[in-house]
Design a protein. Structure first.
Length: 327
Protein backbone atom coordinates (compact mmCIF):
# COMPACT_ATOMS: atom_id res chain seq x y z
CA UNK A 1 0.00 0.00 0.00
CA UNK A 2 2.84 2.45 0.82
CA UNK A 3 4.36 1.78 -2.60
CA UNK A 4 1.10 2.82 -4.27
CA UNK A 5 0.98 6.10 -2.32
CA UNK A 6 4.59 6.93 -3.24
CA UNK A 7 3.89 6.30 -6.95
CA UNK A 8 0.78 8.54 -6.86
CA UNK A 9 2.73 11.36 -5.16
CA UNK A 10 5.49 11.20 -7.80
CA UNK A 11 2.93 11.33 -10.62
CA UNK A 12 1.27 14.36 -9.04
CA UNK A 13 4.58 16.22 -8.87
CA UNK A 14 5.35 15.51 -12.51
CA UNK A 15 1.88 16.59 -13.60
CA UNK A 16 2.26 19.93 -11.81
CA UNK A 17 5.26 20.89 -14.08
CA UNK A 18 7.82 20.79 -11.28
CA UNK A 19 10.62 18.95 -13.07
CA UNK A 20 13.61 20.27 -11.08
CA UNK A 21 14.97 17.86 -8.53
CA UNK A 22 17.92 18.88 -6.40
CA UNK A 23 19.17 21.60 -4.06
CA UNK A 24 18.39 25.34 -4.39
CA UNK A 25 20.15 27.33 -7.17
CA UNK A 26 23.01 29.64 -6.09
CA UNK A 27 22.20 33.39 -6.08
CA UNK A 28 23.13 35.45 -9.14
CA UNK A 29 26.43 37.32 -8.94
CA UNK A 30 25.00 40.41 -10.74
CA UNK A 31 28.40 41.57 -11.99
CA UNK A 32 28.15 44.13 -14.85
CA UNK A 33 29.43 42.97 -18.20
CA UNK A 34 32.56 44.63 -19.60
CA UNK A 35 32.57 47.86 -21.65
CA UNK A 36 33.47 46.87 -25.20
CA UNK A 37 33.43 50.05 -27.31
CA UNK A 38 35.66 52.55 -25.51
CA UNK A 39 36.84 55.33 -27.88
CA UNK A 40 38.93 58.47 -27.33
CA UNK A 41 40.13 61.43 -29.39
CA UNK A 42 41.84 64.73 -28.64
CA UNK A 43 39.88 67.80 -29.72
CA UNK A 44 41.54 71.14 -29.08
CA UNK A 45 42.58 71.09 -25.39
CA UNK A 46 40.26 68.22 -24.38
CA UNK A 47 40.45 64.46 -24.49
CA UNK A 48 36.97 63.23 -25.37
CA UNK A 49 36.19 59.69 -24.22
CA UNK A 50 32.97 57.87 -25.13
CA UNK A 51 31.46 54.44 -24.58
CA UNK A 52 28.17 52.61 -24.22
CA UNK A 53 27.35 51.14 -20.79
CA UNK A 54 26.83 47.37 -20.62
CA UNK A 55 23.18 46.32 -20.69
CA UNK A 56 23.71 42.82 -19.27
CA UNK A 57 25.48 41.18 -16.36
CA UNK A 58 28.14 38.54 -16.92
CA UNK A 59 25.32 35.99 -16.47
CA UNK A 60 23.25 37.53 -19.29
CA UNK A 61 20.68 39.20 -17.03
CA UNK A 62 19.41 42.73 -17.74
CA UNK A 63 20.94 45.51 -15.62
CA UNK A 64 18.01 47.47 -14.21
CA UNK A 65 19.63 50.01 -11.88
CA UNK A 66 21.94 52.82 -13.07
CA UNK A 67 25.65 52.09 -13.20
CA UNK A 68 28.53 54.26 -12.15
CA UNK A 69 31.90 54.24 -13.89
CA UNK A 70 35.53 54.10 -12.90
CA UNK A 71 37.44 55.76 -15.74
CA UNK A 72 41.18 56.28 -15.31
CA UNK A 73 43.89 57.96 -17.36
CA UNK A 74 47.63 57.86 -16.93
CA UNK A 75 50.97 56.86 -18.45
CA UNK A 76 51.79 53.20 -18.75
CA UNK A 77 55.11 51.41 -18.60
CA UNK A 78 56.02 48.48 -20.82
CA UNK A 79 55.28 45.67 -20.39
CA UNK A 80 51.75 46.81 -19.53
CA UNK A 81 50.18 45.52 -16.33
CA UNK A 82 46.67 46.84 -15.84
CA UNK A 83 46.65 46.36 -12.07
CA UNK A 84 49.87 48.36 -11.67
CA UNK A 85 48.63 50.98 -14.13
CA UNK A 86 45.30 51.37 -12.27
CA UNK A 87 47.08 52.03 -8.96
CA UNK A 88 48.90 55.11 -10.26
CA UNK A 89 46.44 56.32 -12.97
CA UNK A 90 44.18 59.31 -12.26
CA UNK A 91 40.53 58.49 -11.65
CA UNK A 92 37.96 60.79 -13.26
CA UNK A 93 34.61 61.53 -11.58
CA UNK A 94 31.81 59.26 -12.78
CA UNK A 95 29.56 60.67 -15.52
CA UNK A 96 25.93 59.68 -16.11
CA UNK A 97 24.79 58.17 -19.39
CA UNK A 98 22.86 60.46 -21.75
CA UNK A 99 20.74 58.91 -24.51
CA UNK A 100 22.41 55.58 -23.87
CA UNK A 101 26.02 56.83 -24.11
CA UNK A 102 28.63 58.10 -21.68
CA UNK A 103 30.93 61.00 -22.62
CA UNK A 104 33.89 62.35 -20.68
CA UNK A 105 35.73 65.57 -21.53
CA UNK A 106 39.14 65.60 -19.83
CA UNK A 107 41.48 68.65 -20.02
CA UNK A 108 44.56 67.64 -22.00
CA UNK A 109 47.06 70.22 -20.67
CA UNK A 110 48.51 67.92 -18.00
CA UNK A 111 49.22 65.24 -20.60
CA UNK A 112 50.61 67.33 -23.48
CA UNK A 113 53.64 65.66 -25.04
CA UNK A 114 52.89 62.34 -23.33
CA UNK A 115 51.30 59.08 -24.34
CA UNK A 116 48.41 58.18 -22.03
CA UNK A 117 46.48 54.98 -21.44
CA UNK A 118 42.74 55.09 -20.77
CA UNK A 119 40.51 52.31 -19.44
CA UNK A 120 37.11 52.11 -17.75
CA UNK A 121 35.02 49.67 -15.79
CA UNK A 122 31.37 49.68 -14.75
CA UNK A 123 30.18 49.47 -11.14
CA UNK A 124 26.75 48.07 -10.32
CA UNK A 125 24.35 49.41 -7.71
CA UNK A 126 25.51 46.50 -5.53
CA UNK A 127 29.09 47.77 -5.69
CA UNK A 128 30.34 44.94 -7.88
CA UNK A 129 32.79 45.91 -10.63
CA UNK A 130 33.11 44.70 -14.18
CA UNK A 131 36.48 43.87 -15.62
CA UNK A 132 38.52 46.67 -17.18
CA UNK A 133 37.84 47.55 -20.80
CA UNK A 134 40.55 47.00 -23.37
CA UNK A 135 42.95 49.92 -22.66
CA UNK A 136 43.34 52.70 -25.23
CA UNK A 137 46.67 54.40 -25.90
CA UNK A 138 46.49 58.03 -27.04
CA UNK A 139 49.41 60.41 -27.76
CA UNK A 140 48.51 63.93 -26.58
CA UNK A 141 49.77 66.97 -28.51
CA UNK A 142 49.51 70.74 -28.20
CA UNK A 143 45.97 71.85 -29.15
CA UNK A 144 45.67 72.06 -32.96
CA UNK A 145 44.94 75.59 -34.18
CA UNK A 146 41.52 76.39 -35.61
CA UNK A 147 41.58 77.29 -39.34
CA UNK A 148 41.19 81.02 -39.96
CA UNK A 149 39.25 83.15 -42.42
CA UNK A 150 36.86 80.53 -43.77
CA UNK A 151 35.27 81.94 -46.94
CA UNK A 152 32.70 80.52 -49.37
CA UNK A 153 32.06 81.63 -52.94
CA UNK A 154 30.01 80.36 -55.84
CA UNK A 155 31.87 78.98 -58.87
CA UNK A 156 30.69 77.20 -61.99
CA UNK A 157 32.01 73.90 -60.54
CA UNK A 158 30.34 74.32 -57.13
CA UNK A 159 30.78 76.19 -53.83
CA UNK A 160 34.47 76.89 -53.26
CA UNK A 161 35.80 77.09 -49.69
CA UNK A 162 39.10 78.73 -48.76
CA UNK A 163 40.74 79.20 -45.36
CA UNK A 164 44.05 79.97 -43.69
CA UNK A 165 46.10 78.84 -40.73
CA UNK A 166 48.77 76.20 -40.13
CA UNK A 167 48.36 72.54 -40.98
CA UNK A 168 47.95 70.48 -44.12
CA UNK A 169 44.96 68.22 -43.41
CA UNK A 170 41.44 69.45 -42.83
CA UNK A 171 37.96 67.97 -42.41
CA UNK A 172 34.98 69.68 -44.07
CA UNK A 173 31.50 69.65 -42.52
CA UNK A 174 28.36 70.65 -44.41
CA UNK A 175 24.79 71.29 -43.35
CA UNK A 176 22.42 70.77 -46.25
CA UNK A 177 19.02 72.40 -46.83
CA UNK A 178 16.40 70.90 -44.52
CA UNK A 179 18.97 69.21 -42.26
CA UNK A 180 19.37 69.95 -38.55
CA UNK A 181 22.96 68.74 -38.28
CA UNK A 182 26.38 69.06 -39.88
CA UNK A 183 27.79 66.00 -41.63
CA UNK A 184 31.46 65.37 -42.43
CA UNK A 185 31.75 65.33 -46.22
CA UNK A 186 35.47 65.00 -46.95
CA UNK A 187 39.04 65.31 -45.67
CA UNK A 188 41.43 67.35 -47.81
CA UNK A 189 45.03 68.48 -47.98
CA UNK A 190 45.64 72.13 -48.74
CA UNK A 191 43.56 75.18 -47.90
CA UNK A 192 40.73 75.08 -50.43
CA UNK A 193 38.00 72.74 -51.66
CA UNK A 194 35.17 72.85 -54.21
CA UNK A 195 31.89 71.15 -53.29
CA UNK A 196 30.84 69.27 -56.45
CA UNK A 197 27.42 68.37 -55.01
CA UNK A 198 26.25 71.91 -54.23
CA UNK A 199 23.38 73.26 -56.30
CA UNK A 200 22.58 76.80 -57.32
CA UNK A 201 19.72 78.37 -55.39
CA UNK A 202 20.10 76.15 -52.30
CA UNK A 203 21.52 77.32 -48.97
CA UNK A 204 24.50 75.50 -47.45
CA UNK A 205 26.43 76.01 -44.20
CA UNK A 206 30.05 74.89 -43.87
CA UNK A 207 32.57 74.39 -41.05
CA UNK A 208 36.21 73.27 -41.17
CA UNK A 209 38.58 71.77 -38.60
CA UNK A 210 42.31 71.08 -38.70
CA UNK A 211 43.71 67.57 -38.19
CA UNK A 212 47.10 66.64 -36.74
CA UNK A 213 48.61 63.19 -37.35
CA UNK A 214 49.61 61.61 -34.02
CA UNK A 215 50.67 58.23 -35.44
CA UNK A 216 49.17 54.77 -35.87
CA UNK A 217 46.30 56.14 -37.95
CA UNK A 218 45.13 58.49 -35.20
CA UNK A 219 44.47 62.23 -35.44
CA UNK A 220 43.99 65.12 -33.05
CA UNK A 221 41.31 67.64 -34.02
CA UNK A 222 41.01 71.39 -33.69
CA UNK A 223 37.79 73.10 -32.76
CA UNK A 224 35.50 73.91 -35.68
CA UNK A 225 35.58 77.24 -37.44
CA UNK A 226 32.62 79.58 -37.16
CA UNK A 227 30.06 78.45 -39.76
CA UNK A 228 29.75 80.24 -43.11
CA UNK A 229 26.48 80.31 -45.05
CA UNK A 230 26.07 80.65 -48.80
CA UNK A 231 23.25 80.43 -51.32
CA UNK A 232 25.14 80.11 -54.63
CA UNK A 233 23.68 81.95 -57.61
CA UNK A 234 24.37 80.87 -61.20
CA UNK A 235 26.04 83.79 -62.97
CA UNK A 236 28.37 81.60 -65.02
CA UNK A 237 27.87 81.38 -68.79
CA UNK A 238 28.31 78.10 -70.65
CA UNK A 239 31.37 77.50 -72.78
CA UNK A 240 31.55 79.02 -76.23
CA UNK A 241 30.30 76.50 -78.81
CA UNK A 242 33.30 75.06 -80.64
CA UNK A 243 33.86 73.65 -84.09
CA UNK A 244 31.18 75.63 -85.95
CA UNK A 245 31.09 74.62 -89.61
CA UNK A 246 28.76 75.30 -92.57
CA UNK A 247 28.04 73.47 -95.82
CA UNK A 248 25.86 74.34 -98.81
CA UNK A 249 23.08 71.87 -99.57
CA UNK A 250 20.66 71.97 -102.54
CA UNK A 251 18.10 74.14 -100.73
CA UNK A 252 19.78 75.10 -97.47
CA UNK A 253 22.94 75.83 -95.57
CA UNK A 254 23.66 73.13 -93.01
CA UNK A 255 25.31 74.22 -89.76
CA UNK A 256 26.90 71.92 -87.17
CA UNK A 257 29.09 72.37 -84.07
CA UNK A 258 30.42 70.45 -81.10
CA UNK A 259 27.92 69.72 -78.34
CA UNK A 260 28.32 71.61 -75.04
CA UNK A 261 28.84 69.46 -71.94
CA UNK A 262 27.18 71.64 -69.26
CA UNK A 263 24.47 69.79 -67.34
CA UNK A 264 22.28 72.92 -67.19
CA UNK A 265 22.43 73.72 -70.91
CA UNK A 266 19.12 75.12 -72.13
CA UNK A 267 19.94 75.38 -75.83
CA UNK A 268 21.57 77.41 -78.58
CA UNK A 269 20.86 80.67 -80.41
CA UNK A 270 21.82 80.91 -84.07
CA UNK A 271 22.73 84.24 -85.69
CA UNK A 272 23.16 85.12 -89.37
CA UNK A 273 24.52 88.11 -91.25
CA UNK A 274 24.34 88.84 -94.98
CA UNK A 275 27.71 89.83 -96.39
CA UNK A 276 29.33 92.32 -94.03
CA UNK A 277 26.04 93.26 -92.35
CA UNK A 278 25.09 92.93 -88.68
CA UNK A 279 24.18 89.59 -87.14
CA UNK A 280 20.51 88.91 -86.43
CA UNK A 281 19.05 85.98 -84.50
CA UNK A 282 17.32 83.46 -86.77
CA UNK A 283 16.64 80.55 -84.37
CA UNK A 284 16.92 79.42 -80.73
CA UNK A 285 15.84 76.86 -78.20
CA UNK A 286 17.08 73.46 -79.34
CA UNK A 287 19.86 71.58 -77.55
CA UNK A 288 20.74 69.79 -80.80
CA UNK A 289 24.09 71.09 -82.13
CA UNK A 290 23.01 71.59 -85.74
CA UNK A 291 20.66 73.76 -87.78
CA UNK A 292 19.33 73.94 -91.34
CA UNK A 293 18.92 77.45 -92.76
CA UNK A 294 16.30 77.13 -95.52
CA UNK A 295 15.75 80.87 -96.04
CA UNK A 296 18.79 81.47 -98.18
CA UNK A 297 19.05 83.08 -101.62
CA UNK A 298 21.34 82.13 -104.45
CA UNK A 299 24.24 84.42 -105.19
CA UNK A 300 24.52 85.71 -101.63
CA UNK A 301 27.21 85.27 -98.98
CA UNK A 302 26.22 84.53 -95.37
CA UNK A 303 28.07 84.56 -92.09
CA UNK A 304 26.91 82.48 -89.10
CA UNK A 305 27.67 82.31 -85.39
CA UNK A 306 26.17 80.44 -82.41
CA UNK A 307 25.90 81.10 -78.67
CA UNK A 308 25.00 78.66 -75.87
CA UNK A 309 22.42 79.50 -73.17
CA UNK A 310 22.01 77.82 -69.77
CA UNK A 311 18.86 77.36 -67.70
CA UNK A 312 19.59 80.50 -65.68
CA UNK A 313 19.66 82.56 -68.87
CA UNK A 314 23.43 83.05 -68.95
CA UNK A 315 24.79 83.38 -72.50
CA UNK A 316 28.17 82.28 -73.78
CA UNK A 317 30.28 84.47 -76.03
CA UNK A 318 29.73 83.99 -79.78
CA UNK A 319 31.36 81.13 -81.58
CA UNK A 320 33.98 81.99 -84.20
CA UNK A 321 31.89 83.00 -87.26
CA UNK A 322 31.92 80.93 -90.46
CA UNK A 323 31.25 82.32 -93.95
CA UNK A 324 29.64 80.52 -96.86
CA UNK A 325 28.52 81.64 -100.36
CA UNK A 326 25.50 80.20 -102.16
CA UNK A 327 26.24 79.67 -105.89
Amino acid sequence: MNRVLIALAAAALMGSGCAYIGGPLPPLANVPGPIANLAAIQRDARIIVQFTPPALTTEGMAIKKPLTFDLRIGPAAAPFNIAEWAEQARQEPSVAAVNGNVRYEIPSAAWTGKEVTIAVRAIGANGKESGWSIPLVLPVVAPPQVPTGLHAEATAAGVRLTWGGPGSRFRIFRREPGSEKFDPVTTVTGHDWVDPLSEFGKTYIYEVQALVDIGEGKEAESELTAPVTITPVDTFPPAVPAGLRAAVAPNSIELAWDRNTESDLAGYRIYRAEGSGAFAKIAEGSQIPNYSDRTIERGKTYRYTVIAVDQAGNESARAEPVEVSVP
